[in-house]
Design a protein. Structure first.
Length: 95
């Protein structure tokens, strides 16, 4: 089955009581349905890949994922996952 559709992975900083957290939100670009979200304290890149794997197992893989507001996420980890999954990664926010 060929990948179709587009997701948006938004990555943002979420400081709380002196701790730095990263908020990951995965949204379907057409329906605007939130497919997944996660607050992570450690490696945002690995957490992003976990979020993508979980969503892909439930919804199938999209053709493209737009990454917004990278803020420390290592794009290499996302691109490796995308290569294995047949998904194009497009960074649309500041790196």
């Amino acid at each position: 089955m060929e990948n179709a559709g587009r997701w948006i992975l938004s990555v943002g900083a979420a400081p709380h009581h002196g701790h730095a957290y990263t908020l990951l939100t995965l949204t379907d670009a057409v329906s605007r349905l939130t497919l997944a979200w996660k607050v992570c304290e450690s490696s945002a890149a690995l957490s992003a890949v976990e979020v993508l794997e979980e969503a892909a197992s439930s919804y199938g893989c999209p053709a493209q994922i737009d990454v917004e507001g990278v803020l420390g996420v290592q794009v290499d980890a996302l691109e490796q996952w995308a290569g294995r999954s047949g998904v194009e990664i497009k960074v649309v926010g500041p790196e």
